[in-house]
Design a protein around this ligand. Structure first.
Ligand code: FAD
Length: 370
């Protein structure tokens, strides 16, 4: 069966890409193929739900550009589809005097990145949050906030269903081959051909592109665990540490959901058993030092293992690549093939902007009817 446009992967990036492609090509037949039984069940449903403001990323990076754009786009999307969105802001906190230079550097970097509204905390404000965390110096970022990723996925999925776009769960893409000008997409159920194939398969995207002879990018996975707090705690704004020097994560912070549950996480753990979501039995013990270094009044007995997510990082030509990778024919030379690789944090925040960027690249390659 021939379907002109196929998107592989039904996380938020794939779903939002389909939404954008439907705006550009409303009359073209298209389908989204997802290997799981549900949409948004991997990284898109296993994260902190934080709408990042763009503090951390290099000035000339796609991460910075698309995080800033995505943060604003989510506000519109949330209004349009009735998705809960809270711009609660976040505190960046130096818990010790030694951390102050790194915090000051981050503040300057964030201002250079164009993040709006940043302000150093007054003594009064510091005193307020010092009931909950150790604080030598802190600043506030009002553009940060949170959504519920599962609610967002459901509402975006339902909007696509209403537009009669086939979202096909339980279709595992096993192979993609180029034959002439078309792609042959072999799935666990049937084989399709298409003119445009978008690879939005998260941590599995690098493996599939090898079928097309593209072997310069490898994936490596880093798990992030969360523990749940069994009592009430400060929940007016997020609290984040000064990020550790390693590039693997932003450091254990608070995260909220709309049911009032407070979590700490994510840490960083090697994925020694591949892409799987079990939590080690001693996860509370392992995470407790990072929690108690910043947060006050939390005992181990207040904490309970909750869930984890897997970050999809990439190596390009064997080197760690820390930006998003948006591949298109001008980069890899395969007409009709588009790919998202290395979509780790802030990929949730950036997802509407990632989708718009990719859709506009496709539009400029396929402006004529095909
Ligand atoms: C621990 C953690 C915390 C994070 N916190 C934040 C945060 O607070 N804020 C933020 O902005 N970002 C955050 N992120 C990043 C964000 O979650 C991801 O960038 C985003 O969800 C990526 O979405 P995706 O659609 O690319 O990937 P995924 O959600 O992983 O979707 C890929 C989809 O492809 C499907 N697929 C894979 N292989 C196949 C196949 N062969 N055939 C068909 N389908 C296939 C999968 O089943 C999956 O549904 C976090 C990530 C992690 C892991």
């Amino acid at each position: 069966m021939h379907i002109p446009i196929i998107v592989g992967g039904g996380g938020l990036v794939g779903l939002l890409t389909m939404r954008e492609l439907n705006i550009i090509y409303p009359n073209k037949e298209k389908a989204l193929l997802e290997k799981g039984h549900y949409f948004g069940d991997l990284a898109s449903g296993r994260n902190s739900g934080v709408m990042h403001a763009g503090l951390y990323y290099p000035l000339d990076s796609l991460k910075r550009e698309l995080c800033l754009k995505g943060n604003l786009l989510w506000e519109d999307l949330a209004k349009e589809l009735g998705i809960s969105f809270k711009r609660c802001g976040k505190y960046l906190v130096a818990a010790t005097k030694e951390e102050i230079p790194a915090l000051e550097e981050l503040f300057q970097h964030a201002e250079n990145n164009g993040v709006k509204g940043l302000a150093w905390c007054s003594e009064e404000e510091k005193e307020k949050i010092s009931n909950y965390c150790y604080v030598e110096k802190a600043f506030f970022s009002p553009m940060s906030g949170f959504i519920s990723p599962s609610e967002a996925t459901t509402k975006i999925r339902d909007d696509l269903y209403k537009k009669d776009i086939p979202l096909m769960a339980d279709y595992n893409i096993e192979e993609v081959k180029k034959e002439g000008s078309k792609f042959v997409v072999k799935t666990s159920r049937e084989t399709f051909t298409c003119d445009i194939f978008v690879n939005a398969m998260g941590g599995f995207a690098p493996k599939l592109r090898k079928d097309l002879g593209l072997s310069n990018i490898e994936t490596y996975w880093v798990k992030g665990n969360y523990v749940k707090l069994n009592k009430s705690f400060y929940n007016e704004a997020l609290i984040y540490p000064v990020p550790p020097k390693s590039l693997l994560g932003l450091g254990v912070h608070t995260s909220f959901d709309f049911d009032g549950i407070i979590r700490f996480g994510p840490d960083t753990e090697e994925c020694s058993n591949g892409y799987e979501h079990s939590l080690s039995a001693d996860i509370v013990d392992k995470m407790y030092p990072a929690i108690s270094n910043l947060f006050k009044g939390i005992e181990k007995t207040d904490l309970q293992a909750d869930y984890c997510g897997i970050r999809s990082k990439i190596l390009v030509d064997g080197n760690i690549y820390t930006d998003f990778w948006l591949g298109d024919p001008s980069i890899h030379g395969i007409p009709g093939y588009y790919e998202y690789l290395g979509i780790e944090s802030p990929g949730l925040t950036a997802s509407p902007a990632l989708a718009q960027t990719m859709a506009s690249r496709i539009r400029s390659d396929f402006s004529e009817v095909f």
